[in-house]
Design a protein around this ligand. Structure first.
Ligand code: NAP
Length: 256
């Protein structure tokens, strides 16, 4: 076999770090796929393609046509559709697949979490009385806040929420992680936030708001992940590299 061809479904810092590590080994061909959601994507260490494939069957065709040997689903833990498509494509083509999923955050002493199953459930769980909410779940689910207009929302996202929410009491802050504890404490205090709606994304880049909430005694409506796919899953870039080395020993040995 020639150099293994690897397709990484990305859009996360883990995907970028994995691509960087594989590029440095120089014994495989890597293509990184991004959805094209953010207006200014970060620079990447390997060739990139941008945009959806057109569904699960189209992803399967892309893998076959490109002669790929391995599919790595390193998308965000809440990017559920693409992960389901990846599992389907791997199963129907028989191409090896690995999911790289950072572990969930675990509740520690001092955390005031209410675990909920979805963003709508989190919004409903805010209750009938007006509250001051940091909505930190990203722009795609932000419109669910319209179901509870009695609250004041501070909506944080990488790109603007379009169209803006049909709410009177809403402010927007455009920012992308990594966030610092100090910065998050300032933001929560400045806006007098008393509850945060967050996804259990895991990882360090967006964990500071959880620490800040703990320090300030602020409640968190924590949206849980849906169960992971059937694809073999690893939790770290190192574990992914080990799994890849295991899959392609002869080709990869030269590069190590
Ligand atoms: P999603 O709902 O699971 O996927 C929706 C559609 O977008 C997919 O069906 C696919 O289109 C396309 N798509 C998604 N990721 C892709 C990729 N890496 N390469 C090519 N096409 C992709 O995904 P999402 O939640 O919108 O997330 C989109 C991207 O943002 C992902 O790359 C993800 O890693 C990143 N991201 C998501 C979150 C989050 O909270 N959801 C947070 C940070 C980063 P087709 O069916 O046409 O192929």
């Amino acid at each position: 076999m020639g150099r293994p061809r690897i397709l990484i479904l990305g859009g996360t810092s883990e995907a970028r770090l994995l691509a960087e590590a594989l590029a440095a080994r120089d014994d495989c061909n890597v293509l990184l796929s991004l959805a094209g959601r953010t207006e200014k994507p970060a620079a990447q260490p390997v060739p990139v393609r941008i945009g959806g494939f057109g569904g699960a069957a189209a992803l399967a065709n892309f893998l076959k046509a490109g002669g790929y040997d391995l599919l790595i689903d390193a998308t965000h833990p809440f990017a559920e559709r693409i992960s389901a498509n990846a599992a389907f494509a791997a199963e129907t083509t028989g191409i090896a697949a690995i999911a790289l999923r950072r572990p969930e955050w675990q509740r520690v002493a001092g955390d005031r979490w209410q675990e909920v199953q979805s963003i709508p459930a989190a919004i409903e769980g805010l209750g009938p009385l007006p509250r001051r909410v940091l909505l930190a779940t990203g722009r795609q689910g932000a419109h669910h806040a319209e179901a509870a207009p009695q609250h004041h929302y501070l909506v944080r996202s990488v790109d603007p929420v379009e169209p803006p929410l049909a709410l009177d009491n809403v402010d927007y802050v455009l920012d992308r992680g990594p966030f610092t504890l100090e910065g998050e404490c300032d933001l929560l205090r400045q806006h007098d936030i008393d509850v945060i709606v967050a996804k259990n994304s895991g990882g360090l880049a967006t964990y500071a708001k959880i620490e800040a909430a703990r320090l300030l005694g602020i409640e968190v409506m924590m949206v849980a992940r849906t169960p992971a796919s059937i694809v073999k899953a690893v939790e770290t870039v190192e574990a992914a590299l080990a799994a890849i080395g295991h899959l392609f020993p002869p080709a990869m040995k030269r590069g190590v």
